[in-house]
Design a protein around this ligand. Sequence first.
Ligand SMILES: [Zn+2]
Length: 137
Amino acid sequence: MKFICESAPQGLRIPTAALNLSHIPYGGKVELHTLDCALVLLKGELTAPELISVAKQLHNTAEELYAHLAKVCGPCEGCEESGCPYDALEEESIDLPGYLRDVPLELLDIFGDAGSCLGELEEHMILEDIVYGSTMQ
Ligand SMILES: [Zn+2]
């Protein structure tokens, strides 16, 4: 489940409902992992089954983000004269355009399976425009 929260100079208030849904008990310590453009809040102590469950859910979240990006880029409907970079991938070429070299192979697989346009992805990589967020539809 997703909650939209507003950050403030005092910090960030996490809704009680979010803590309850994540089974994070009151009074217990939590572990806040700072990532670039993201925070991950873990229950202070995890059992092995809980740890595996958390890792799976983080993996699923990554896949959902990739799927979102593939949806934003849409299907390749014929890139302009330079051709869709995906065509080169289909020919087993590893000579990716510069902006796509930083893209994880897992994402390239998702784009390949969905027939999403890598030319469009390259465009978003270059422009660094907003592709995800609460203000987007
Ligand atoms: Zn394309």
